[in-house]
Design a protein around this ligand. Structure first.
Ligand code: ZN
Length: 138
């Protein structure tokens, strides 16, 4: 998404993350998280179960979405419940003369997942090339 669009979403992303922190600290999630711990203690040790919150931006023209925040709580047999964060590191790109920002494992042109761009320099979905159709910035 365009740089200015991403910047408009930053405060909402931060507030969402803080709100989940506040909910957790307030005890409002205790009953749910206690149930999570109870159920996972009845499952095999190799299992973990998470309750996740995501903030996604969907573009109906592209028919896909990208996550800006992925966080939640994980429990498993024999491990303490903990807060986890998905990888939401972002990268700037110059695409068609416009500065864009998107999670670094997504294509800035079509918004589909595209990991390891420097080893796999062409997007499997749209065929755009890094350092050809777009330039990683910064
Ligand atoms: Zn693409």
């Amino acid at each position: 998404m365009k740089d200015n669009e991403f910047k408009k979403l930053g405060p909402l992303t931060d507030k969402t993350n803080s709100f989940i922190d506040d909910l957790h600290k307030s005890g409002a999630l205790d009953a749910l998280l206690n149930e999570l711990k109870s159920v996972t203690n009845q499952l095999p040790e190799s299992y973990s179960v998470s309750i996740d919150f995501q903030l996604n931006v969907c573009d109906s023209n592209k028919e896909t979405s990208v996550p800006l925040l992925q966080t939640g709580f994980v429990a498993g047999k024999g491990i303490e419940l903990y807060r986890h964060y998905g990888d939401t590191a972002t990268q700037k790109y110059l695409v068609d003369g416009e500065m864009c920002i998107i999670p670094d494992d997504y294509c800035p042109h079509c918004w589909e997942e595209w990991d390891l761009k420097f080893m796999n320099p062409t997007c499997d979905n749209c065929g755009k090339k890094i350092d050809g159709d777009m330039i990683a910035w910064g």
